[in-house]
Design a protein. Structure first.
Ligand SMILES: [Zn+2]
Ligand SMILES: [Zn+2]
Lengths: 380, 168
């Protein structure tokens, strides 16, 4: 690479104080920043696809070329201030369980976790930034923030991108913008998304309608844990479909408008549920509490749905506001990889369900008791 | 859900629903979990329907017949058909004929109007200038135009300095 000022071989970076273990034990943006501000939008994420000029894309590059690209990118990324004391590893250095944990934390993609020699990831200490190297593109820069934070996330990620530009020559065309392996990412190379908790729209059977409306506006809706309109945990991811022809700000503004309107629909649906049949809604929340406190077998899907109801209870004032961070952390920690890590061993799916219930019982043993007198429809 | 839609590919109940407007026509795709996985619809933020339609919409005869090849990386239109991805950034120039019709309707527009890697572009124009000056220099020396050669050398030094500054 003609523009990287590398005089020493750049593969392994010097000190690497962070490990997967410490990553799990360190407070992170996703698991520890929940507040009433993230009531409906749990998390905002922006990712930028970038490639080095004059080099084949990862899927077409030969092994030696991939290694060279990995070295140059890794050196540039780890040199940024945001990555100080972060984690920088090659995918081949990670075990199956470690990869699974990183996927469950949204820090690497499934595609990267299954990729061949010459791929890697750099993750910041607070796990807000992660940069995948040699996934579909040379660089996939990701910024993750708790709550509805498109503007802040954009400000941070564009700063990181500009810093990398100091030492890396990105492939760029004045007409087509940033050149990416797949033409669907051309232009800004930006995919912005929000993870939304929409239990009332799911209970009221309105998700199908919402998905279609959002699609018409050029945005994509996906279930986060499950699929389509009945995703488990009622958590959905909404992101922009197109990347060329609009500036980053225009895309974010459009996405932001769509998110606002989904928030309104969810709040209206909650108000209607409370108005029309609060007994039925409170029954769901109360039963969820009972099962989490006393159940002995919980599949991942059931656990997500129960936690979703508890989270809705927090939003409605049935549980104290501070408990929202517990549900958000458990959304991640009840995933198979995290469970397995916590129990230090390999487990079959059936055994995992026992462990999951055990874990949740202990979390909910001291969880605040539900108070159904507080609720008011306007409360979000 | 009252009326479950069926998967377009295998008619199991569809759980992934995507809609996009292409060439003023509304395209809808409903997929079941298995087919979505198989089609690579696994990364919610990275997926786009256009990607799915892209492979279907490529006219096989047209692409095979052209016989073009990217000079930089050796990629051919057939490779693109197989992978749905290009080989290197230069492929965008080599396969303009295939790309342009595809881009119609894939995005909001066909011209980029966002962030520009300013520093990298400035660096590139300096490198280009340097290359040109080095050509000029060797020609001047060959033709024994020593005054021109001296001027080229001065300019080369200036540009080299500027390049150094651009690298932090
Ligand atoms: Zn199917
Ligand atoms: Zn090429």
């Amino acid at each position: 690479m003609k523009s990287t000022k590398s005089d020493k071989p750049s593969g392994k970076s010097s000190a690497n104080p962070m490990t997967i273990g410490s990553l799990i034990d360190t407070p992170s943006e996703l698991t520890d920043s929940s507040s009433s501000k993230s009531a409906i939008v749990l998390m905002t994420r922006i990712r930028l696809a970038r490639n080095l000029a004059g080099h084949p894309f990862p899927g077409w590059a030969k092994p030696a070329q991939r290694e060279k690209i990995l070295g140059a990118c890794r050196e540039a990324v780890t040199a940024t201030g945001a990555m100080k004391r972060g984690l920088a590893v090659g995918v081949d250095e990670l075990g199956e369980l470690e990869k699974r944990i990183l996927v469950e934390r949204h820090l690497i993609s499934r595609e990267l976790s299954g990729s061949k020699q010459g791929s890697g990831v750099v993750i910041s200490k607070d796990q807000a930034f992660s940069v995948m190297i040699n996934e579909e593109d040379h660089l996939r820069i990701q910024m993750l923030r708790a709550g509805f934070q498109l503007k802040k996330a954009w400000a941070s990620i564009t700063e990181m991108d500009s810093l990398l530009e100091d030492s890396l020559d990105f492939a760029f065309s004045p007409t087509l913008g940033y050149l990416t392996a797949c033409p669907t990412n051309l232009g800004t190379g930006m995919r912005a998304s929000a993870m939304m908790h929409l239990p009332a729209l799911v209970i009221a059977n309105q998700m199908e309608k919402v998905v279609r409306a959002v699609n018409q506006l050029g945005m994509v809706v996906r279930g986060l844990f499950g699929e389509g309109s009945d995703a488990s945990g009622s958590i959905f991811q909404i992101s922009n479909q197109t990347t060329l022809g609009e500036s980053e700000e225009e895309i974010l503004k459009r996405l932001s408008g769509v998110l606002q309107s989904i928030i309104e629909h969810e709040l209206n649906a909650r108000a209607r549920l409370l108005e029309q049949d609060s007994g039925k809604l409170f029954d769901k929340i109360g039963r969820a509490y009972g099962i989490l406190q006393n159940g002995h077998i919980l599949s991942s899907n059931e656990a997500m749905n129960l936690l979703s109801l508890i989270r809705l209870g927090v939003d409605l004032g049935v549980f104290p506001d501070a408990k929202r961070s517990v549900t958000d952390r458990l959304f991640i920690e009840a995933q198979p990889g995290h469970l397995q890590y916590a129990q230090k061993g390999e487990f079959e799916a059936g055994q995992r369900d026992l462990l999951r219930a055990e874990r949740l019982r202990s979390e909910f043993a001291n969880f605040a008791r539900p108070d159904f007198t507080l609720s008011s429809p306007g409360n979000n | 859900m009252a009326n479950p839609l069926k998967c377009d590919l295998c008619s199991k109940p569809a759980t992934v629903h995507l809609t996009q407007i292409l060439d003023n026509k509304v395209h809808k795709v409903d997929l079941c979990e298995d087919c979505a996985q198989e089609k690579g619809v696994t990364d919610p933020s990275g997926f786009s329907l256009a990607d799915l339609l892209l492979k279907a919409s490529l006219n096989p005869e047209a692409t095979v017949a052209t016989g073009v090849r990217c000079e930089q990386c050796g990629f051919t239109p057939n490779d693109f058909k197989k992978q749905g991805r290009f080989g290197c950034p230069a492929c965008y120039g080599a396969f303009k004929g295939i790309l342009d019709p595809m881009l119609e309707g894939m995005h909001k527009g066909i011209v980029h109007s966002g962030k520009v890697p300013q520093k990298a572009l400035e660096r590139k124009s300096l490198y280009d200038k340097l290359t040109q000056l080095e050509v000029d220099l060797s020609e001047a020396i060959k033709a024994e135009r020593y005054e021109d050669a001296a001027r080229c050398r001065d300019e080369i030094n200036q540009v080299r300095q500027a390049v150094g500054q651009k690298q932090r």
